[in-house]
Design a protein around this ligand. Structure first.
Ligand code: FAD
Length: 642
């Protein structure tokens, strides 16, 4: 049986043409508006309270809409966004180092290996400057220079300093800003907040998204909620690999359920593997820890020159070290983009130069920086990251170099959206990491926070008006057959999960799936490996539905049941990821096909054949719809950081 079939190509119908600098302005002007008095009559469901969902809910409520906001954590401010460490990009050019909106646009299109839409990326760069103003006005305590201006540092893939930060806790501070804005609207009665509720199904009536089915995670009660539009801001799916830098709860259920209801899923195989994570230390681990990319501003990456050299780092003299990033990529050095740095780390470890247990590590060394700047300056910049490293590894990075290795970190794939951030189901909008995003095949550091907040504070609140103004929509009766069917489907699935009553834990299946994905759909993929993985995933999924053991009942707080539902969806997603990776017989960004590389081992794209977004429709056999990508401004070229 064929693994996929080819469908009709798609176009982004909402994308404006004409000069790129004015596209967003013209789109906003062309969009219909909703009279402020009428906004009170319209309800929008927002699933997710991370930076994307939190900022969207606050802004929509501020504009006068009735918002109903959901998250599965015990408080909206515990969304995964709180983990973001390093910073957020914006083309402010405070450093006067040659930055501009155009340069941020250029860096992002190139960094994404020419697999993102130019219109979207340009808008992202334009809006980036507003985000910083908005957050400063909210009181987000960005780091400042002596003179009082906001400070900046550099992230990978750029030669300017455009990353705004709040020590190593930028996500937390930005989320507190969005959360405060939300709380103000909760207090004003414009946002109804449902924490500890998980969306388990999308409700679609007459082709329009009009509600969700949720489970109260404390009582187990299943309810439905109906609205004029639904926004998914449910984050990324990196946890399909079991081990990742994501919070343990991150999952694909909200977007996968929407996919099964008709929303196309785009570029699922584009996974970001971050080069600077604390290496895995054994089979007991349930997650991995990121060491922020900001550390590569001052940390130097190296391995012993001689393969198998197991002396302590301090005993390896300077001329017996290989600062391989500086050697191979002199123009960008330690600040090459993540996909490049991760592959380089894999290559040196594969050739026997890796350090630490199993040779799966490289050094990130601050000795030079401490000598040059002094320990207090290094402490000031990275103190909490160093402390975190020391607590986890028991080694003091002020004295010995950190050991790092690549790990799964971010997913560039997600639900397909048009320029208005609307999915292929009318009324269903998708923002933040949950959509297929503006990052193409590889996201540059500090660009996820930028995209999430651009979507939530500025883009969605404008574009959703156009959809809502096309109402009034038919009021859906909660007893409508589609609503009842969606609810019954959720109840039935939970019952089936509980009924298996097998002999293996949910985690054991998840861990095995994760190993499989890392092995065959991780840093390097091959046709044979991906074909094998699809068979193995199918077998494992069958085993899951016959052998999984979910203790407890559905009428109580039951974290095993929550996990089981998420892992069931991961199985289906994993297969689509492998199919997508198999069909894309080129290398691009985070997707490295061993069969498609340059003589010196760099990713080799095939623009004529694969210069498109791969958007998949759900079915027993998934259907591929290609959205061609046009590049009128940044012409595709070999991506070089040398
Ligand atoms: C360790 C780490 C550090 C990072 N550092 C940076 C950085 O320095 N700079 C940068 O730009 N990016 C960084 N990133 C990436 C960035 O943090 C994320 O991409 C971004 O925060 C995602 O935001 P989001 O709002 O889209 O989703 P999330 O913050 O993941 O929020 C998802 C929300 O959806 C809710 N949700 C999900 N599913 C359901 C459901 N079914 N029902 C109900 N609610 C649901 C959750 O409860 C949560 O509220 C980092 C990522 C990691 C892992």
């Amino acid at each position: 049986m064929d693994l996929w079939r080819l469908g009709e190509p798609i176009r982004d119908a909402a994308a404006p043409d004409g000069p790129i600098e004015t596209r967003w302005e013209r789109r906003q002007f062309a969009a219909k508006l909703v009279n402020p008095a009428n906004r009170r009559k319209l309800t929008v469901i927002v699933v997710g309270t991370g930076l994307a969902g939190g900022s969207a809910a606050a802004t929509l409520a501020e504009a006068g809409y009735r918002v109903r906001s959901y998250c599965y954590q015990d408080s909206p401010r515990r969304a995964h966004s709180i983990a973001a460490q390093g910073g957020i990009n914006a083309a402010k050019n405070y450093r006067n180092d040659g930055d501009s909106i155009y340069r941020l646009f250029y860096d992002t299109v190139k960094g994404g290996d020419f697999r993102a839409r130019e219109s979207n990326v340009y808008r992202l760069a334009q809006v980036s400057v507003n985000i910083i103003d908005q957050c400063v006005a909210q009181g987000v305590p960005f780091a400042r220079e002596y003179g009082g201006l906001l400070d900046n540092r550099s992230f990978g893939g750029t030669q300017v300093s455009r990353t705004f930060y709040a020590r190593g806790q930028t996500g937390q501070q930005l989320l507190l800003g969005a959360y405060q804005a939300m709380e103000r609207q909760i207090a004003a009665g414009n946002i109804a907040m449902f924490a500890r509720h998980e969306m388990l199904e999308l409700i679609v009536v007459a082709g329009r998204a009009c509600g969700i089915v949720v489970r109260d995670l404390v009582t187990g009660e299943i309810t439905t909620d109906l609205a004029d539009a639904v926004v998914l801001a449910s984050g990324g799916y990196g946890n399909v690999f079991f081990l990742s830098t994501n919070a343990k709860g991150c999952n694909v259920t909200a977007t996968w359920r929407a996919h099964r209801k008709g929303a196309l899923f785009a570029n699922p195989c584009y996974t970001q593997i971050h080069p600077t994570c604390i290496p895995e230390s054994g089979t007991h681990q349930s997650k991995l820890t990121l060491m922020s990319e900001s550390l590569r501003n001052d940390g130097r990456v190296w391995v012993p020159l001689r393969a198998g050299d197991d002396r302590n780092a301090q005993h390896i003299p300077e001329d017996e070290r290989d600062y391989y990033l500086e050697r191979i990529y002199p123009a960008f050095g330690n600040l090459v983009p993540r996909d490049i740095a991760s592959r380089a780390a894999k290559n040196v470890c594969d050739s026997g130069h890796g350090v630490g247990p199993g040779g799966l590590g490289v050094y990130l060394d601050f000795a030079d920086a401490i000598r040059r700047l002094g320990r207090p300056a290094v402490e000031e910049k990275y103190g909490n990251l160093f402390e975190m490293y020391q607590r986890i590894t028991g080694e003091d990075p002020y004295v010995v170099p950190m050991r790092i290795y690549p790990a799964v970190h971010y997913t560039m794939g997600g639900l397909w959206v048009d320029y208005d951030l609307q999915s292929t189901i009318p009324g269903l909008f998708v923002i933040g990491e949950a959509n297929f995003s503006d990052h193409g095949a590889n996201r540059l550091g500090a660009s996820a926070l930028m995209q999430g907040l651009a979507d939530g504070y500025f883009v969605l609140p404008n574009t959703i008006n156009d959809y809502l103004a096309s109402g009034p929509f038919r009021t859906i009766d909660p007893a409508h057959e589609e609503v009842a069917a969606a609810r019954a489907a959720v109840q039935d699935r939970l019952r089936r999960l509980l009924a298996v009553d097998g002999d293996r834990t949910v985690d054991s299946f998840h861990r095995e799936l994760g190993h499989l994905m890392w092995e065959y759909c991780g840093m390097e993929r091959t046709e044979a490996g991906l074909t094998k993985a699809i068979c193995l995933i199918r077998g494992l999924r069958e085993g899951f539905w016959t052998r999984v053991k979910v203790p407890g009942t559905g009428a109580e707080l039951n974290q095993n049941l929550e996990k089981a539902g998420r892992v069931a969806d991961f199985f289906e997603l994993a297969e689509l990821m492998c199919i997508d990776a198999l069909h894309r017989a080129e290398s691009a960004g985070g997707h490295f096909r061993a069969e498609s590389q340059t003589p010196d081992g760099e990713a080799l794209r095939h623009d004529d054949e694969f210069g498109y977004v791969a958007a998949w429709a759900y079915g027993d056999v998934p259907t591929l719809h290609k959205e061609p990508l046009d590049f009128a401004y940044v012409h595709p070229s070999t991506r070089s950081y040398k």
